[in-house]
Design a protein around this ligand. Structure first.
Ligand code: F6P
Length: 518
């Protein structure tokens, strides 16, 4: 690979495009998503066709296809938790040992969502619900929040969604602002129902309901989504409705489960089903498309190339749609919690860099914020540009300008501008742009539940492909536990009003300062 890395430095993107008129068509793949489609162009990545086929050899040698089939087949791919990773079963039509349970739960969610929407399921005072508050964090928040923000501009909502995730009391305050308790439904989402933020926020909102409606009314306004709803009951969380998650679904892979209940209620179950259809279209593409035409395989291989071979430490996701402002945060958890690992599945240290820092935002705002560094900085940062041919029913000059900017940014990164072309000889060096900077462009024909589902599944699978090549377990997250335990110790000290002796001098002095100023 290193020799290929060296060769990739020999030919700039400009030279490779000049040498091969078919480069763009050879490195563009399209996938159908029902009546819509997704187009992915990787020709502005620092790869030749020789490098791409060598990367796909790496995919073969790493046994990614076999691991994919094992995952889809329900094998124990999460070896440290001894669990399958069967998020694909949540949208699969194929019969399996979980399909009956999945179908039964989907039916229950659908009946509940329709009941809330038609008013047969209503609040304790008999009033219909107008708002649904999702309480959850991480995978129990980022997915449903993304779906709400992405679809509310293009799908009519029967109820409004609000989200509470952080332990910061401002979160509950802002989410409940202007809400009327008797018309508010609360969905408490937690796979483990042991997450302190979600427990605290659930209690705070239950107290708000109780103060307005009385203790007996609280349960009728609350639904729980968890692997074991009894855990919520054991935490004295009152609820009248509960929906199952399963151990074999990772939190960050759970948006196709009941974790998306708030959006089923807001938009209708059929919209959730359309999202699942889009996800399934990409699942089927991932399983059946030959490697060269297999988008998750190609994106995953290029991800490893940029990170482990070319040493690019971060990866930017820039969505040219305000509707996707939560997409980068969603993929941040997906990729960084999945592949932010330093040991292989067998526990031995990895020998190459693994997951990059995922960050990003929305274009064209990005152009007036950090694109300066991406164009002229000393770091080369691969970018995924994500956009839609159509968002609102009516096309517009503004939307054309949005897409024009997206295409122009990938062009400017790829081809830059020499000092000669920069004009103004005095500033030529300041205005020159090196170019040869990599990007992938992903365009969906239309922003819809189906294409949103397809985009999500695409990143789920490219994350998996990278994890396979690095031979790491993409489905555990042991690294998040220690900080939580330390937080409990510090919180106990704060409750005691004195910094414990166990702390280092920095934590102790910070605690002492906080105790004095709180
Ligand atoms: O702390 C990380 C994490 O476990 C994520 O993996 C998960 O998505 C999130 O916390 C929330 O967990 P739960 O759904 O169990 O509350």
């Amino acid at each position: 690979m290193l020799s290929l890395a060296a060769s990739s430095q020999q030919h700039t993107l400009a030279q490779m495009f000049a040498a091969d008129a078919k480069r763009a068509s050879a490195m563009t793949v399209q996938a159908n998503v029902g009546a819509q489609s997704l187009l992915v162009d990787v020709s502005k990545q620092n790869i030749s066709s020789e490098i791409l086929s060598a990367l796909l050899d790496v995919v073969r040698e790493a046994g990614v296809e076999q691991r994919r089939d094992a995952m889809f087949g329900g094998a124990i791919v999460n070896n440290t938790e001894q669990q399958p990773a069967l998020h694909v079963a949540l949208r699969s039509k194929a019969a399996s040992n979980v399909s009956a349970a999945v179908a039964a739960e989907r039916k229950k969610m659908t009946e509940f969502a329709n009941g809330v929407r038609n008013g047969t399921i209503c609040g304790a005072t008999g009033k219909t619900f107008t708002h649904v508050v999702n309480v959850g964090i991480g995978g129990s928040d980022l997915g449903p929040r993304l779906v709400w923000e992405a679809l509310s501009p293009v799908v009519k909502a029967g109820l409004q969604c609000r989200f509470v995730s952080n332990i910061d009391p401002l979160g509950v305050q802002q989410a409940l602002q202007g809400l009327v308790a008797e018309r508010t439904l609360v969905v408490m989402c937690s796979k483990t129902f042991s997450t302190s933020e979600t427990l605290a926020n659930s209690r705070a909102i239950a107290a708000w309901l109780e103060s307005a409606l009385g203790a007996d009314a609280v349960a009728q306004h609350c639904a729980v989504v968890a692997v074991d709803a009894q855990k919520a009951r054991a935490q004295n969380i009152a609820f009248a409705h509960s929906f199952a998650m399963w151990q074999w679904v990772g939190g960050r892979y759970s948006v196709s489960s009941a974790v998306n209940l708030c959006n089923m209620v807001a938009f209708g179950p059929e919209v959730h089903d359309q999202m699942l259809d889009g996800m399934r279209a990409i699942d089927e593409h991932f399983v059946s498309a030959p490697l060269q035409q297999n988008i998750p395989m190609v994106l995953g291989a290029i991800g490893v190339w940029n990170r482990s071979v070319l040493g690019r430490a971060t990866h930017a996701l820039i969505s040219y749609s305000d509707a996707l402002s939560s997409f980068a945060p969603y993929v941040q958890q997906l990729e960084m919690e999945s592949n932010g690992k330093r040991v292989r599945t067998d526990g031995t240290p990895v020998s190459v860099e693994t997951a990059p820092v995922i960050w990003g935002g929305v274009g064209t705002n990005s152009q007036h914020a950090y694109m300066q560094l991406l164009h002229q900085g000393t770091s080369v940062i691969p970018v995924d540009f994500i956009g839609f041919a159509k968002v609102l029913a009516q096309g517009s000059e503004e939307h054309d300008a949005l897409v024009a900017n997206m295409l122009a940014q990938s062009q400017a990164l790829a081809f830059g501008r020499t000092a000669d072309d920069a004009g103004d000889a005095a500033l030529a060096e300041h205005r020159a742009m090196p170019g040869n900077r990599p990007s992938t462009t992903i365009i969906a024909s239309q922003l819809s539940a189906a294409t949103l589902g397809a985009l999500i599944a695409l990143y789920e699978h490219s994350t998996f492909v990278q994890g396979c090549i690095w031979d790491i377990n993409s489905f555990d997250q042991w690294g998040v536990e220690h900080g939580k335990q330390l937080a409990a110790t510090v919180a106990a000290d704060i409750a005691e009003g004195t910094a414990g002796a166990s702390h280092d001098s920095s934590t102790k002095s910070l605690l002492d300062w906080y105790l004095k100023h709180r």
